[in-house]
Design a protein around this ligand. Structure first.
Ligand SMILES: [Mg+2]
Length: 230
């Protein structure tokens, strides 16, 4: 009998990539809502929360804070409509090994697979449904639930208790992600962090950020499973 584990997966760069479709939908929603997409070309999206991304891009583009706050729900809603349409025709590409890895992790009776992501809930659902993975996760904590990613960790622990009736200790909790922000978020709750360099952050950077294990990808599913459930 394996030990109980709460496994908190990031989405973009870790499980899948929505690539151009995701970025185009986001940019178009900003243009239509605010008249500008801001400097999306040089903005570093990884590890950030979607509502915060809208705020930072638009503030840098000179949009007043009160206008951003007022129009942000409409911008996000339009982004999600455009994303859903785009991904229904072109599903996101799963990262190597991910389909097998998620199936194996979620088949383990003592393991609770869940999401901890900067996507708003509907965004995560659209991406993971299009990729065929949504039903594997017991619950999620999303980018519209706190102002900072690091605040999502405690929410995840509380939700795990609420949903399973069982508290998960830090040593029973694993954060899996591809960005420095994932590592910081995991460390802040004392969880183990398994980082994967399939996003935009290198193995070296993830190691320097303090991840317990860094993998170049999940292509070797056996090793990835071992690292996560160790
Ligand atoms: Mg990510």
């Amino acid at each position: 009998m394996s030990r109980p584990r709460l496994v908190l997966f990031d989405v973009d760069g870790t499980l899948l990539s929505s690539g151009r479709k995701g970025l185009d939908s986001f940019s178009e929603a900003l243009r239509r809502t605010f008249g500008t997409e801001g400097d999306v070309a040089s903005y570093r999206f990884e590890g950030r929360l979607d509502p915060v991304i809208v705020f930072e891009l638009m503030r840098d583009a000179g949009i007043p804070d009160d206008v951003i706050v007022e129009r942000r729900p409409a911008a996000l809603s339009l982004y999600l409509d455009l994303l859903e349409e785009a991904l229904s025709a072109h599903p996101p590409a799963l990262k190597p090994g991910v389909a097998d890895l998620v199936a194996r992790v979620s088949a383990s009776p003592s393991v609770v697979p869940a999401l901890l992501t900067g996507n708003v809930q509907r965004g995560a659902r659209i991406k993971l449904t299009a990729a065929g993975l949504w039903n594997h996760f017991h619950f999620g904590v999303f980018g519209d639930e706190a102002p900072r990613r690091v605040d999502l960790g405690p929410i995840a622990l509380a939700r795990a208790l609420e949903r399973t009736g069982r508290p998960f200790s830090p040593s029973e909790t694993v954060v899996v992600g591809d960005a420095r922000a994932d590592v910081e978020c995991g460390r802040a709750i004392g969880a183990r962090v398994v980082a994967v360099a399939t996003g935009r952050t290198s193995v070296e950077e993830l190691r320097a950020a303090g991840a317990d294990v860094v993998l170049s990808s999940f292509a070797d599913v056996e090793s990835a499973c071992e690292a996560i459930l160790a």
